[in-house]
Write a new protein. Structure first.
Length: 430
């Protein structure tokens, strides 16, 4: 290009005729215009180069990496199937929850299983709150909304006390009593699914594991015999397929429609270090484990369409020694932080010196803030981290997601908009 320009310049210089003064003036003006135009063009080129250099690449999911899903036969799976959006509704949020059109399954949490198989209706000389609010006008209205939209309403049957779990699972009489209690509930309420949430903290025994499996088989047979329309699901810790716990994953899987993998609480209120509640990656290098590691174990024994990835609509906050991503926490300062709580802090960003951060290893956001010269850190979920989890669900072709818990997102549509965009959902009318 430079050689061509030089040749043309010489050709102009050696032209035989002499320009008039007027021509010289016009030529001078023309040269100025050319210089101005050239400067503008040069400026545009420089600006474009800078924009190209500093512009962030489109938000592509980092989980598209060929090394991400080494346990799969193919490196990337794109799902075209409709996904389940399963939402747990705790009884304490019944009065403050909205049913979003993306929700396909509403699961009321919870009715408590007693050691004798009866559902607990009273506690400390008062109505047991989970049982009591099942019959509330608020929950009835929410159920009607789900039914009008063609969605499902389910009941969660829970048991967390170790002594009660041992008593219940060791007694065939108690299990038969639960089936009778369940019949009464299914006759009284328009329920289309039962979710079993039996969680045992601490060690278990082979006999107890076998007893739970036998109970799930018995419950499946009972539902198939009397209620062909009622589905059955069970909740399991994220590490259930990785290490021996109360669930015999491979043996239970054929007898349920879905397994909810509770892929959260990797860090908790009592954690000595701040960290992500639901890290997709990071593994043992940064924390004990991650979601990807545990889903690998599940995928070996459970068909992917039966797995629902648990997604938190909450986080944890701690008083900490610094703003670092894994700062030390002060004992007894941990607490649950809803998405609503996070949004309230962000609204006071200058006042509280809020700083927003991103943990690239976990693909999780966190923020830090200051109150009276004391530092705090909150790990939570936002549209970006949820988006990555939904990419993960789609690429593994899982059955869908399960949200803990409805109501913790407040009035915000941020997380629901991402679910709407990422999941293959049939449109529903409000």
């Amino acid at each position: 290009m430079q050689r061509i320009f030089t040749k043309e310049k010489r050709r102009v210089v050696h032209q035989p005729h002499t320009p008039s003064p007027k021509t010289n003036k016009n030529t001078h003006r023309h040269s100025k215009v050319v210089v101005v135009i050239a400067s503008i063009v040069a400026g545009i080129i420089v600006a474009t180069s800078l924009i190209w250099w500093f512009w962030e690449e489109p938000l592509l999911s980092p989980i598209n990496s060929l090394t991400t899903f080494r346990f799969l036969g193919t490196s990337e799976i794109v799902s075209d199937s409709e996904k389940i959006v399963y939402g747990f509704l705790p009884y304490w949020n019944v009065k403050q929850v909205a049913i979003h059109p993306e929700l396909t399954h509403l699961a009321y949490f919870a009715l408590t299983i007693g050691p004798d198989g009866n559902l607990i209706t009273r506690m400390d000389d008062a109505a047991e709150p989970g049982y009591n609010r099942l019959g509330s006008e608020e929950f009835l209205e929410l159920s009607n909304v789900m039914r009008a939209r063609g969605g499902s309403t389910e009941l969660v049957l829970s048991q967390f006390n170790a002594d009660d779990i041992y008593s219940f699972l060791s007694s065939e009489t108690a299990q038969n009593q639960l089936l009778l209690s369940l019949d009464s509930i299914l006759l009284a309420y328009p329920v289309s699914g039962i979710n079993i949430d039996i969680e045992l903290s601490g060690s278990t025994t082979p006999a107890l594991r076998a007893n739970l499996t036998q109970f799930m088989k018995k419950l499946r047979t009972h539902l198939n015999t009397k209620y062909s329309h009622v589905q059955l699901s069970i909740d399991m810790y994220a590490g259930a397929a990785s290490s021996p716990q109360i669930w015999e994953v491979a043996e239970i899987a054929p007898h349920v429609d879905y397994i909810v993998v509770m892929a959260y609480d990797f860090h908790q209120r009592s954690s000595p270090l701040a960290g992500p509640v639901a890290p997709l990656f990071g593994g043992q290098e940064l924390w004990d484990s991650d979601i990807n590691q545990h889903l690998e174990a599940f995928s070996e024994v459970v068909p992917p369409e039966k797995l629902l990835l648990g997604i938190p609509f909450y986080g944890y906050e701690w008083q900490t020694t610094s703003r670092d991503s894994q700062s030390h926490t002060f004992p007894d300062t941990g607490s649950t932080a809803s998405i609503r709580r996070v949004n309230e802090l962000l609204a006071r960003k200058e006042e509280l010196e809020v700083q927003e951060h991103w943990n690239e290893a976990a693909l999780s956001p966190y923020l830090s803030y200051k109150v009276d010269d004391e530092l705090y850190v909150i790990y939570y979920e936002n549209s970006r981290s949820i988006s990555y989890k939904l990419d993960y669900v789609n690429q593994l072709d899982l059955g869908g997601i399960a949200i803990w818990a409805l109501g913790y997102e407040g009035d915000s549509r941020e997380l629901w908009d991402v679910i709407n965009k990422k999941m293959q959902l049939s449109p529903t009318e409000p």
